[in-house]
Structures are given as C-alpha cells and as structure tokens.
Design a protein around this ligand. Structure first.
Ligand SMILES: *Cc1c(COP(=O)(O)O)cnc(C)c1O
Length: 392
C-alpha cells in the first residue's frame, strides 16, 4: 500500500514563516520545493519537447538539485565545484552538460571523470583543449547574440560572432571533435522572447550549413536561459512569453533536439527571504530599520543582478509611511530600499523579500562578519515537513 502523504504545507503563510524563523533563526531563506516543482512544470509545459537543464549558478543548493533530478530534469554545470555537487548528489552524468565556454584543463578533466560528455566552446584556443582527451566528447559551439535590453546581457563576454561560427566548426572537425550543435544565451530576465526566436532561427541556418559540410551531427540547439520572473516590475506569464519560441521550435527540422538552461525562472519564486529588524532610528523624518540581511547578503542581487525584490513587513498594520530598510553592515551603501511604505516596526519584526531564489544566496558574502542566511528547504518531497540541509 502506498504511504499516505500529508498535503503540502504552504511555508510562505505568516504562521509558518514565524514557526520556521523560531526554529531555524534569522536571516532565513525559505525554499519551497513545491513551488520549485510548479515552476519547472510550467516551463516544461510552455516549451513542449525541450529538454530542460537547470543552471546551478543562481542557487546551487542540494535541495534544488535533488528536486530537479526528481522531476527528471538535467543539470547545466559550469565549474568544478558544480560538477562535484552534482556528483555528490548522485546525478546521472548523462543528464549533465558543461556549459562554461572557458575552462582550465582540470575543469574539463573533472567533468570528464564524472562522466559529462557535452561541453561548450566559443573560440579556437578552447577547441585545442579538446583535441586529445581520454574520452570522446561532443561540443556545442556558443554563438553571441547581444541583448542590450536584457537585465543581464550574457553575450558581451561569451560567444563567437555569427560570421566566425563556420570557421570555428571547421576547426573543431579538423581536430577530430564532432560539432554536436550550437548554443546561445540571449541574456537573463529578458522582456520578451524575440531575441530567443531570432537567435534560434540564425542558429538553425548555421546548423544546416555546418551539417552540409559534415562537421558533425549538428542536431542540437541549446537556447540557454533568460526566462523572466516578477520583481518590482511584473512580467508576462511564461506560457505567452514562450509561445513565439515554441512556434519557432515546432518549425525546426524534426532531427534537431532543443535544450534549454533555465536558472532564474525555476528557482526565483520558490524562495522567500526573511530578515529581522535588529534596531531602528528616526533620521530625517523617516524610520530607518536595520535588518540582519542586506546588500552584502541575500540582497546582493540588487547590485550584481539589477533585481528589485518586492519587500514588505510580515506585520500588517496602519498607518503605513515611507521607511528605509538598511542592511546590517557598517557600509553606507548597504541600503535595500529607502521608500517602502511600512507600518511601524520594532526590533524582532520580520521583513519579507519575495522571489529571492535566484542570484541571492549564491553570491552573498560574509562581509563585516554577518553570516549568509540559513536555507531551510520545505516540501522536499510532497508531504514532508521542514528540514535544514547542510550548507555547501
Ligand atoms: C546564468 C546562465 C544560465 C541561467 O540563466 P537564467 O537567465 O538564470 O535562466 C544558463 N546558461 C548559462 C550558460 C548561464 O551562464
């Protein structure tokens, strides 16, 4: 008989937030694996037939990786540490790809020893590193498509020019490394899918040309990430966002297998940041609330990732007046927001940041001696309660 499972609790409900902070302390990042599964399924539904590889970079937490693997998903790894994490969690190497275009020989060796066979390159020097390896590999060549309007343009730093692609593919074939396909990343948190569609169509033509020259199977197209979520600015739902892209994918030859490397979309809405008021002061006619998390901690994404998280107090109440939320460190730039309408708060009150899963905990520092937030993963399997995981 199948064990009866209790229904999932919603860890973002006020009583549950208070209970979790009581048990695990503050600052806390509450990771709801049920929301993570919902995001994964919505994206899979919006991109039928596309194989999804979760990019670890926005949140390389074991519970996230395990949840993705349990959904049947793949992993997009970009460093030796990410390879180690996948290996430690028992990820099947056949479901992992390595997508960093610039690697040290040891990074390639580590990924290869784990069993990864698909790598990315975008320049002739990198190709040389694949010339005489102990195991056969397949390459995706990364092409640059600039997205100056994306919140993060990821083609400024990586990718070859469209005109360089065929010469690069010829070089790979000459070195005995088959070109499995092409990849691109048009930038993170993009407004619409028009760049994805344009890049996909250009790459489809390049694949055709490379295949005609027999430079490899040329039957994989990796469309990267970039899928947006709501921050202070709401965005389109994922189904309408992906509709033109899904149509362009349907128009590809049947033999072309399409991969995507979502990061932000999968993990962002699954995490609620919880910070506590350490103290307060009235300055310049406003309340300043000093929190135990800030720009050097989970809110670093406001600097590095250009994100603005929707913040509010857990305590409801009137009247609300514009207040300043500051981080704990002694640096004066460490201010999260300076005009949040808030009820009057006191030391110990909780402040929530929504959609804080991506590019937050992963890039937080311990500046000034303030530790990173504790991550508590809830609903790891449907019906299971809260459980703290080792911070790795
Ligand atoms: C960062 C990154 C991703 C994830 O991008 P999102 O916009 O967070 O989905 C995917 N692939 C590569 C190569 C990346 O560098």
């Amino acid at each position: 008989m199948r064990p009866r499972r209790a229904p999932c609790t919603d860890p973002f409900q006020p009583a549950e937030i208070r209970r979790l902070v009581g048990e695990f302390g503050s600052p806390l990042m509450i990771l709801d694996c049920e929301r993570l599964r919902a995001q994964w399924r919505k994206l899979a539904h919006a991109l039928p037939g596309v194989a999804l590889y979760y990019a670890l970079k926005p949140m390389p937490h074991p519970a996230v990786v395990e949840t993705v693997l349990a959904e049947g998903g793949g992993l997009d790894l970009a460093s030796s540490a990410e390879v180690q994490l996948a290996q430690r969690l028992g990820a099947p190497p056949g479901r992992c790809i390595h997508t960093h275009p610039i690697k040290r020989p040891a990074d390639i060796a580590n990924a290869l020893a784990f069993g990864v066979r698909t790598f990315v390159a975008d320049n002739p020097d990198e190709l040389e590193k694949f010339a005489a390896l102990p195991a056969p590999v397949e390459l995706l060549l990364r092409v640059a498509f600039r997205a100056p309007h994306a919140m993060c343009d990821l083609s400024r730093k990586f990718g070859c020019e469209v005109a360089e692609l065929l010469p690069l593919a010829r070089r790979a074939a000459a070195l005995g490394v088959p070109v499995r396909g092409l990849s691109f990343h048009v930038g993170s948190q993009v407004r619409d899918a028009s760049m994805h569609v344009a890049a996909l169509q250009t790459c489809a033509a390049l694949l055709r040309a490379a295949r005609r020259e027999r430079l490899g199977p040329c039957d994989v197209l990796d469309i990267g990430g970039g899928f947006p979520i709501d921050y202070a600015q709401p965005v389109a739902d994922i189904a309408p966002f992906c509709a033109p892209l899904a149509a362009a994918i349907r128009a590809l030859p049947r033999r072309v297998r399409v991969l995507a490397e979502p990061g932000r979309y999968v993990i962002g809405p699954a995490v609620l940041g919880v910070a506590s008021v350490m103290g307060r002061a009235r300055r310049g006619g406003r309340w300043w609330y000093y929190l135990d998390d800030g720009l050097y901690g989970s809110y670093n994404g406001q600097l590095y990732d250009h994100a603005r998280y929707p913040v509010d107090s857990l305590r409801d109440g009137a009247p609300r007046e514009p207040a300043v939320l500051a981080g704990p460190t002694c640096d004066s730039i460490d201010v999260i927001a300076d005009d949040v309408p808030l009820p009057h708060l006191r030391a110990g009150d909780l402040v929530l940041g929504r959609n804080m899963g991506a590019y937050t905990w992963s890039s937080a520092t311990r500046f000034n001696g303030y530790p990173r937030a504790t991550v508590v993963a809830v609903n790891r399997t449907p019906g299971e309660g809260a459980r703290v995981l080792p911070l790795s």
